[in-house]
Design a protein around this ligand. Structure first.
Ligand SMILES: [Zn+2]
Length: 501
């Protein structure tokens, strides 16, 4: 490795922070306050000032009246800037009761011990209200307890809390719309034309794959309260692979599929019985494999399973301008997986096999690719509006500091080293795609053995990733009135395997 991932990440972060006019968090704060920072809940004044500055600079160059008007409706609806969920919640509450302020909620919040009475910071109240929004979504019993404490303490102030909480709920739609706008509307002036960040993403994929790129659909952005600035891709399945996983056995099944489409069938499959609630393992040789079902796996895995369409689920607290980089990062995961699965589908025999073994992706490679490619794609935007890079850079700096084996920072350093050795991003992407499951093979290629000659004899650093395969039984079913009715299930036992070296 040419550069230590830790120092690479930290230097990049400091540069971007300086360019954005935001003081970088020190090492301690990177560990303790980063989540609140990118959610506008730590040093709120400084960050929202920078956000308003960036939005205003973007607005000044938007080509096209329609895009400009849409931008204004989202980010400056009544002549005042709305930069994040907290601004949007307050604006919504004020549209119902013009006198409501953050301050009006303070007495009830403090009396219910949901806010420190000595806390007079600007972020104290939005932090408390966002926390209550998350609580309402995750633990309704605990929420109703707090709620009755609030009303008992001060009913006038509690009414203000209630109104603002309604604002937080309503504004999650605003959040998804705002991110969808930032991703897919042509607000970036490129000569006289407007382009969207999604255009940059698609162009890049065309370049990386020699123009052969089929259009991947825009992912759906879904606001989901994680309680911290988290985003996850939920993977749809390419049509080419669908054909191998789902077999229409007779004429009426085929015509149902033609009429309703693949997405609808994948939704129907979600209402199959989820199976045992307890863990069921299948021992195949020395390997123990988890038995599960599509609905269960889809619900239990953050990334979903055989989803009807690509989705990016993201916490609405993450400041939209900073989250754009994250959304592009997640979209790169989706793109990469699509390419991998489409190639895999092409390798399958025409007659569907009894058991389809989906390929995996080594997580350091997955994260390294997503970090590296999204950085590269957004570089022209980062050069104009550095704040757009801050969220991802701050994340990488914090992760590198937290763990020397972090998948994002180590993966990024590895992929960058690969690109430097190959001198070509398209070739880098191809090699990563071809070796996604077993990246150790990459280093054995002759051109790379030559390029990394000086490191021969150095001790290998071994990164291990725990993993367990899952097995979904084959299910035969009919569909009546949109609901599946099982005829039979069959468990096809896979042969035990050892990962190749
Ligand atoms: Zn990722």
């Amino acid at each position: 490795m040419a550069e230590k991932p830790e120092s690479l990440a930290l230097a990049g972060y400091h540069k971007v922070a300086a360019l954005s006019g935001v003081g970088p968090l020190d090492l301690k704060a990177l560990g303790s306050d980063r989540f609140h920072h990118v959610m506008g809940l730590y040093r709120r004044e400084e960050l929202t000032r920078a956000a308003r500055r960036t939005l205003s600079a973007i607005r000044a160059t938007i080509p096209g009246r329609v895009t400009g008007a849409r931008f204004d409706r989202l980010f400056r609806p009544a002549g005042e800037w709305v930069v994040d969920l907290h601004d949007a919640a307050l604006a919504w509450a004020r549209s119902r009761a013009s006198g409501v302020t953050w301050e009006s909620t303070r007495p009830a919040l403090a009396a219910a011990h949901w806010l420190d009475s000595k806390d007079s910071t600007v972020e104290g109240v939005p932090r408390a209200l966002y926390g209550l929004t998350v609580l309402a979504a995750t633990d309704s019993a605990a929420f109703s307890k707090v709620s009755s404490d609030l009303w008992r303490a001060d009913s006038i102030s509690a009414a203000a809390v209630q109104l603002l909480l309604a604002g937080y709920t309503q504004s999650q739609k605003w959040y998804a719309d705002a991110l969808q706008f930032l991703l897919s509307e042509p607000w970036v002036a490129d000569g006289a034309q407007g382009r969207s960040p999604a255009d940059y993403v698609r162009d890049d994929w065309r370049r990386m794959t020699g123009g052969a790129e089929t259009v991947t659909p825009l992912p759906e952005i879904r606001a989901r309260l994680f309680g911290y600035p988290q985003a996850v891709p939920r993977y749809g399945i390419p049509s080419a692979l669908f054909q191998h996983l789902v077999v229409a056995h007779n004429h009426s099944a085929r015509s149902w599929l033609t009429r309703h489409g693949e997405g609808r069938l994948l939704r129907v499959i979600r209402s199959l019985p989820p199976g045992d609630t307890s863990l069921v393992l299948l021992q195949a040789g020395s390997e123990s494999i988890r038995l599960t079902t599509v609905p269960r796996q889809s619900r239990e895995s953050l990334n979903g399973f055989l989803e009807p369409n690509d989705v990016i689920a993201i916490d609405p607290g993450y400041l939209p301008l900073l989250a754009l980089g994250t959304v592009v990062h997640e979209w790169q995961h989706l793109h990469f997986r699509h390419k991998q699965l489409a190639a895999f589908a092409r390798s399958l025999p025409a007659e569907p096999p009894a058991l389809v073994e989906l390929p995996g992706i080594e997580p350091h490679l997955a994260e390294g690719f997503a970090e590296w490619s999204s950085d590269r794609i957004l570089a022209p935007l980062h050069a104009r509006w550095p704040l757009l890079a801050l969220g991802e850079m701050e994340k990488r700096a914090a992760l590198a500091r937290g763990s020397a084996a972090d998948q994002h920072s180590v993966g990024y350093a590895l992929v960058r080293a690969l690109e430097v050795a190959l001198g070509n991003p398209a070739r880098t992407t191809q090699l990563l795609l071809q070796n996604a499951e077993h990246p150790a093979r990459i280093a054995t290629r002759p051109e790379l053995r030559r390029a990394w000659r000086v490191h021969h004899g150095a001790r290998d650093r071994v990164l291990t990733v725990p993993s367990r395969r899952i097995l979904v039984p084959e299910v035969t079913f009919t569909v009546e009135d949109g609901f599946p009715d099982i005829i039979s299930s069959r468990i096809v036992v896979p042969v035990s395997r050892k990962a190749p070296r």
